[in-house]
Design a protein around this ligand. Structure first.
Ligand SMILES: Nc1ncnc2c1ncn2[C@@H]1O[C@H](COP(=O)(O)OP(=O)(O)OP(=O)(O)O)[C@@H](O)[C@H]1O
Length: 237
């Protein structure tokens, strides 16, 4: 497996944002990481990507512990954070060049053209990031996440803000990337899970309440849709 999490906790004050979760994610598969607002998805993703230290437990990416071998782990990860922080004053290509430099990518021009093509940024590639629509900013976020061809992609709500046409294209891109890479994505769109995920984890109040292959989860609950399963497993009592 390329991502392994065991007994992971993140405690803020008295709140257990992540409450002892364990799971694995595998190459060639897209793992949907689902849960209600505040369930602990982004916190888990930030720990996996080395941006936040856990309180206890372990997480590794491609065999590298994210705490003790953070840089090695990060080399293997592409991360699209929920807030998609970008530099609005930079031009798209200027920003992607900057990201290439960080990753010490060779043949920068060729690689930038490839990711512009992959993410459909072509028509907007000459603009400043601050001039882009939300959906195109999201594409820039995806482009920077994949530019170093990482083995693991961690995408926090990658399709938020996309229009229906863009949704289809970006989902296709994620599904294609998932054929060779390990993709973990969070989303609140249940159709998206059905369209692109192979595996599903549902997290509620910091704990995993489901972890299965999508088809197995649907079979177990005698339904064709993930939504009723999500509601049943996460509703407030
Ligand atoms: N820096 C922080 N300090 C204190 N509490 C925090 C901090 N960051 C997150 N939390 C809390 O931890 C819990 C989990 O938050 P997290 O952002 O991981 O949830 P999420 O599942 O990603 O939610 P959403 O679907 O709304 O993005 C929430 O209750 C949140 O308020």
């Amino acid at each position: 497996m390329s991502v392994k999490v065991s007994g992971l906790f993140k405690i803020y004050g008295v709140q257990k944002a992540v409450n002892g979760i364990s799971f694995e994610a595998f190459p060639g598969r897209v793992l949907g990481f689902l849960g209600p607002n505040g369930a602990g998805k982004s916190t888990t993703m930030k720990i996996l990507t080395g941006y936040l230290p856990q309180t206890s437990g372990n997480a590794s990416v491609c065999g590298f512990d994210v705490n003790t071998h953070t840089l090695d782990a990060k080399k293997h990860i592409g991360y699209l954070p929920e807030s998609n922080p970008l530099y609005p004053e930079m031009y798209v290509k200027e920003f992607l060049t900057f990201v290439c430099d960080i990753h010490q990518i060779k043949n920068i021009k060729k690689r930038i053209q490839e990711v512009i093509q992959l993410t459909g940024l072509g028509p907007e590639q000459h603009k400043k990031i601050g001039q882009l629509s939300k959906g195109y900013k999201q594409r820039v976020g995806l482009a920077q996440a994949i530019i170093h061809d990482p083995e693991v992609l961690i995408l926090d709500e990658p399709t938020s803000g996309l229009d229906p046409n863009q949704l289809i294209e970006i989902r296709k891109l994620i599904k294609d990337l998932g054929k060779t890479k390990t993709v973990i994505l969070s989303t609140h769109i249940m159709q998206e899970v059905e369209a692109i995920c192979d595996d599903v984890i549902i997290i509620n109040k910091g704990k995993i309440v489901a972890n299965d292959r999508l088809e197995t989860l649907l079979q177990k609950h005698h339904t064709q849709n993930i939504e009723p399963i999500f509601v049943a497993l996460t509703k407030e009592n």
